[in-house]
Design a protein around this ligand. Structure first.
Ligand SMILES: Nc1ncnc2c1ncn2[C@@H]1O[C@H](COP(=O)(O)OP(=O)(O)OP(=O)(O)O)[C@@H](O)[C@H]1O
Ligand SMILES: [Mg+2]
Length: 401
């Protein structure tokens, strides 16, 4: 398949200025040299994106994803290397980029549409679709400075997809819209793909990237680390980040009255030793080490597992399980043992809590106290947040004897 986007040896260096007064004029006035440090946001990156593919760009904050997308959109010029693109490009790069805050949504649709190459007549005929997709009928004559960030993104995305691009570039907008809008975006991506358009998505929502993208490129400090089928690259990325993330230790917030505390949390694997790799389908134990400074009547231990987007996958506690002691004092541990961990591959955050029996008074709440990665295991299921573990029967049996 022909390449829609071909990136060859692209580097981009930013200058970081150290003068407090960053204006050139100020520097000249003071007859000082403008001091700066060069910083490579992209370092010799080469990627071929075939026409008709949905392609993901992933990597930690500051790894150069947005910079690369801006280079593809020709908003930034690389210092070295070339980028060739085939067809009309439409891009949704930053929150509200290209919107004029004082103008109404309606005027901004016309302004942006014109910038993206649509005539007034074409815009007239598409206007209702654009506003309808964004779901902003009631706000279309309001100045966009009064829009919420979700509304901005919806309108920007709606304009970007309605100009009939051959290539659509989208930077981290899926995270901003509400669930309903995210679903419509995903449907739209599927539709674009079906009609042979090329889509490049930058996102931290690895689950969505896994579902939507054929191929993924992983950037790290401006360098291309891996590129290939999305499942493989994401799994590789997850098994790498696992190590530093857990080593980071605590990063969440903590509150509670403190008469009883959860001092330490461990994730144990099959052999009862701290887990290093966790796979779908593995035995899995969360161990809560408690320390009570006084005797606590009917304490309730709980855990919650969330995705990075904040969706709570599950939140079991000892009260619902009917496992509440009359009193607890001193130190010890409580285990939540799971025979088979039915989480799909992805990154998850663990929160733990110690409550009174009414579950209204927190002795200790450790929000997002540990982050762990689940890698592909058995069952091999990679979409969504859980593995169903079902079996396929009927006509399919005859396919593989
Ligand atoms: N205009 C700029 N001037 C100087 N440095 C910049 C500029 N824009 C980006 N950078 C730096 O370049 C690096 C790459 O930034 P970029 O925005 O491409 O990262 P990213 O992968 O999109 O990150 P995120 O996931 O946070 O969106 C970062 O270290 C950033 O601080
Ligand atoms: Mg970015």
């Amino acid at each position: 398949m022909a390449a829609a986007i071909s990136i060859e040896g692209v580097s981009k260096t930013y200058r970081l200025y150290h003068e407090r007064n960053q204006s050139l004029k100020g520097a000249i006035m003071r007859r000082a040299r403008v001091r700066y440090e060069s910083f490579a946001a992209l370092d010799d990156v080469s990627i071929e994106i075939p026409a008709g593919e949905t392609f993901g760009l992933i990597g930690e904050n500051g790894s150069g994803k947005s910079t690369l997308l801006k280079c593809i959109a020709r908003i930034l010029r690389p210092d070295a290397g070339t980028i060739r693109t085939e067809g009309k490009i439409s891009a949704l790069l930053e929150l509200g980029a290209g919107f004029h805050p004082e103008l109404s949504g309606r005027d901004n649709v016309y302004l942006n549409g014109a910038i993206l190459g649509l005539s007034r007549k074409e815009l007239n005929s598409r206007f209702d679709d654009i506003v309808g997709f964004a779901g902003l009928e009631h706000f279309i004559d309001t100045p966009v400075k009064n829009y919420s960030s979700g509304m901005y993104v919806r309108l920007g995305f709606s304009v970007a997809i309605n100009v009939d691009p051959d290539i659509l570039l989208v930077d981290e907008v899926l995270a901003v819209g509400d669930e309903e809008f995210q679903r419509r975006c995903s449907e739209k991506f599927a539709e674009l793909k079906h009609s042979g358009k090329t889509v490049v998505i930058v996102s931290h929502a690895l689950g969505s990237v896994r579902n939507l993208c054929d191929e993924v490129a992983l950037l790290e400090h401006g360098k291309l680390i891996a590129t290939g089928p999305s499942g493989e690259v994401i799994d590789g990325y997850l098994s790498d980040v696992h190590v530093d993330r857990v080593a980071d230790g605590e990063y969440g917030s903590r509150w509670g009255s403190g008469e009883g505390k959860i001092d330490r949390v461990e994730i144990l694997g099959a052999n009862g030793a701290p887990a290093t790799d966790i796979h779908t389908g593995d035995p899995f134990t969360i161990r809560l080490h408690y320390a009570m400074s006084e005797s606590i009547p009917q304490p309730v231990f709980g855990v919650a597992i969330q995705t990075l987007e904040g969706f709570t996958v599950t939140g079991p506690n000892t009260r619902q399980a009917g496992a509440v002691p009359d009193q607890l004092s001193g130190t010890g541990h409580v285990d939540l043992r799971v025979d088979r961990l039915m989480l799909a591959p992805g990154i998850y955050d663990l929160s733990v809590s110690l409550y009174d029996y009414s579950c209204s008074h927190a002795f200790d709440f450790r929000h997002r106290t540990m982050r762990f990665d689940v890698e592909r295991g058995n069952p091999v299921e990679e979409h969504g947040v859980m593995a169903l573990g079902g079996s396929w029967e009927g006509a399919v049996e005859s396919v593989h004897p």
